[in-house]
Ligand binder design. Structure first.
Ligand SMILES: [Zn+2]
Length: 276
């Protein structure tokens, strides 16, 4: 049983006929749940529609740092009303991306803060996209109270290694690409780390270290489909059933059984997104 914690059925490249085929493939795979993640207003709306139509699909709504320039007060209000719809489980993906700077850094920072504030107002989990902005992203999250005692008090504690109960800030670092040290700091603050296809890439030295260091209780797996296809399918279009290859890689790195990684990461994702 797998949970693809981050996918984009709402991607503009997905034709209706491709999606119909993909739904069948997902339904006959080991993937039991997916979260369709918004990156702007239109894709957030689509995610909500997909969640309504598909029993195994949940939605996350928000505006990606690339698209921060499309935000204004009216759009934020529309995101807020979408966030209250059925099967919308978190605000995301929000954050900072200084690799492409498709929106000006100042604009990214402003709307990142405003969307954290929205998640706090609605007491919802947060899905973070951070690229080449690691320290600043963490600083803003801290400044906006994403790890505050008050926020952690809204969510039940989570089970850590050895069964002890630890705080849960319900903040997810999607496709984590930072260092082991940063991952450890995040987990201490109450965050959760999501591992995507790049962990399987030969030249990726950092993420395998993260996987080895972070207890399985704090890890999720995802595709970020149609992007970031895991090996041995790198170069092809990604899709939720391929999350299995990322989970298998995680299992090998952690010297665990694949079935245990699949079950535990699925359970973790259900807890993170608040799915019964
Ligand atoms: Zn994404």
């Amino acid at each position: 049983m797998l949970f693809d914690s981050h996918t984009h059925l709402n991607n503009e490249d997905m034709s209706e006929s491709y999606l119909q085929q993909l739904y069948k493939e997902i339904e006959s795979s080991d993937v039991k749940y997916v979260c369709d993640i918004g990156f702007d207003l239109g894709s957030s709306l689509k995610a909500v529609e997909h969640a309504k139509a598909l029993p195994w699909c949940y939605a996350v709504v928000g505006v990606h740092p690339h698209d921060a320039k499309t935000l204004d007060e009216d759009v934020l209000l529309m995101i807020k009303s979408l966030a209250k719809k059925d099967k919308v489980q978190a605000i995301g993906e929000i954050g900072l991306d200084y690799h492409y700077n498709l929106s000006e850094p100042d604009v990214q920072r402003y709307w990142f803060r405003r969307q954290i504030q929205l998640a706090n107002e609605l007491k919802m989990p947060i899905v973070i996209h951070s690229r080449e902005a690691d320290q600043e992203c963490m600083d803003i999250l801290k400044e906006e109270g994403a790890f505050s005692d008050e926020r952690c008090s809204w969510f039940p504690k989570r089970k850590g290694p050895d069964g002890q109960m630890v705080k849960d800030a319900r903040v997810l670092l999607h496709c984590f690409s930072g260092s082991r040290e940063m991952a450890e700091q995040y987990v201490k603050l109450g965050a959760t780390i999501s591992i995507a296809g790049p962990v399987t890439y030969k030249n990726n030295k950092k993420t395998p270290e993260v996987v080895k260091a972070i207890p399985i209780e704090f890890l999720l797996v995802e595709t970020d489909a149609p992007y970031l296809t895991p090996e041995p399918f790198r170069g092809k279009k990604n899709k939720s059933p391929l999350v299995e290859y990322t989970a298998r890689h995680v299992a090998a790195l952690k010297e665990m059984e694949y079935d245990d990684v699949a079950r535990q990461t699925c359970e973790n994702a259900k807890v993170f997104y608040g799915i019964e």
